[in-house]
Ligand binder design. Structure first.
Ligand SMILES: Cc1cn([C@H]2C[C@H](O)[C@@H](COP(=O)(O)OP(=O)(O)O[C@H]3O[C@@H](C)[C@H](O)[C@@H](O)[C@H]3O)O2)c(=O)[nH]c1=O
Length: 378
């Protein structure tokens, strides 16, 4: 009989929590053959990136996964826990469910942690912690090195990406679905970030650039400052806003399934958080990462750790260019000089993005690592 897996996801804010767990649930089912349930407390956020998810329904099957609304009544109606339980991002499992795990005894309890390149993550990866009632909880850290849990990467992802790049028409066809028609020679930039005081200076630099830039803005907190910069009340999907060499379009929400295609179409991907950041790496294009801000600047250590790893095989000048760009963006500083430096090193950063992709592709993906950890634990 197939082993059963329950993944619990509490949406703290934004889309990263559900974005990651939804991808993982699908892969565990499709690629590893487990029977998977995904418990999520905020179906409205889920529906934004996956419109097939119905609102107001307790349980629904989608892509082979049973999606359950994590609410008290439904949890207390459960009479048995799954064989493997993933508590995503320390979301605190319900007491009733923990009691079911205790009663079942032979349950693998995993806490899936946030992604970080900090070396301590590899040291803590798969460490157990004894819980009351005798259960062990194991900490599972995704990551960028062999001694971590790896990254989410569907089995066919890179083949799909390569087919997309090999075709003349697929990018055009995708862009047409979001009403984007780039002009020849334009630099295409996806823009997905948190509110950032450096934004006006980035827009200014793009508009003063010698090359034409077309920015594809994802819905989110940048909308109002972009509108202000263009002296508009608000931005509308389907309209283009222009100033000198900058054209900007606000995109509608894109289904997560199509999100990769957007990244594949662009020459630079400005991404944020965790999931879009990883997808930008699989796109093999230069990226500008806006890391999720944490208290007391903890995120800056995380940023530095990833940068050190990512830029390891890069030439010194390009390292400086990229560092300047990422630091200015994450410190919400002026982006003018950083943008000029980036454009001077763009080609090398492009080749480097492909080198990084190839290197990361050598490691097993997160779902595979979870499945083999389970096999060994049995
Ligand atoms: C805007 C948009 C996003 N998405 C998806 C892509 C990703 O799966 C997801 C965005 O997730 P992220 O890139 O991780 O960024 P985020 O800021 O939304 O999520 C963050 O949430 C915080 C609570 C976490 O602590 C962060 O680490 C991070 O995960 O939303 C779409 O599919 N379509 C869209 O139109």
């Amino acid at each position: 009989m197939r082993a059963t897996w329950d993944i619990f996801c509490r949406v703290i804010d934004n889309f990263g929590d559900i974005g990651v767990t939804w991808r993982l649930a699908q892969q565990l089912q499709r690629e590893q053959g487990f029977a998977v349930r995904l418990w999520v407390d905020d179906v409205v956020s889920f529906n934004k990136i996956c419109p097939a998810v119905q609102l107001g329904v307790d349980q629904q099957g989608l892509a082979g996964v049973l999606i359950c609304h994590w609410r008290e009544g439904l949890i207390s109606a459960q009479s048995e826990s799954a064989d493997v339980v993933i508590e995503a991002f320390a979301c605190q499992l319900p007491e009733h469910y923990i009691a079911l795990m205790r009663a079942k005894q032979q349950v693998l309890w995993l806490n899936l942690e946030y992604l970080t390149a900090e070396p301590w993550a590899a040291q803590c990866h798969t460490l157990p912690s004894l819980q009351s009632g005798g259960l062990q909880k194991y900490f599972f850290f995704p990551g960028f090195t062999e001694d971590t849990g790896g990254l989410l990467r569907e089995q066919g992802l890179l083949a799909q990406r390569n087919d997309f790049f090999a075709s003349d028409s697929l990018a055009q066809a995708f862009l047409a679905t979001v009403q984007v028609q780039p002009l020849p020679g334009e630099r295409l930039i996806s823009l997905f970030a948190y509110a950032n005081q450096g934004l006006p200076s980035l827009l200014q630099a793009l508009s003063n650039d010698t090359r034409r830039n077309r920015v594809l803005l994802l819905p989110g907190p940048l909308q109002s400052s972009v509108a202000q910069w263009f002296a508009e009340q608000s931005l509308q999907v389907g309209r283009s806003y222009q100033k000198n060499n900058l054209t900007l379009q606000l995109l509608p929400y894109i289904e997560q399934e199509q999100f990769d295609q957007l990244l594949w179409c662009c020459d630079l991907n400005c991404v944020r958080g965790e999931d879009s950041f990883v997808r930008a790496q699989w796109a093999g294009k230069p990226m500008l990462w806006h890391i999720y801000p944490q208290e007391e600047g903890a995120h800056l250590l995380k940023l530095k750790a990833f940068f050190t790893l990512y830029s390891d095989a890069l030439d010194d000048d390009s390292v400086q260019a990229l560092k300047h760009l990422w630091q200015a963006w994450n410190q919400q500083a002026d982006m003018g000089a950083a943008w000029a430096l980036f454009t001077a090193h763009e080609e090398k950063l492009q080749s480097h993005a492909m080198r990084w992709l190839a290197q990361q592709n050598n490691y097993p993906d997160l779902a595979t690592k979870l499945a083999s950890f389970y096999e060994k634990w049995l």
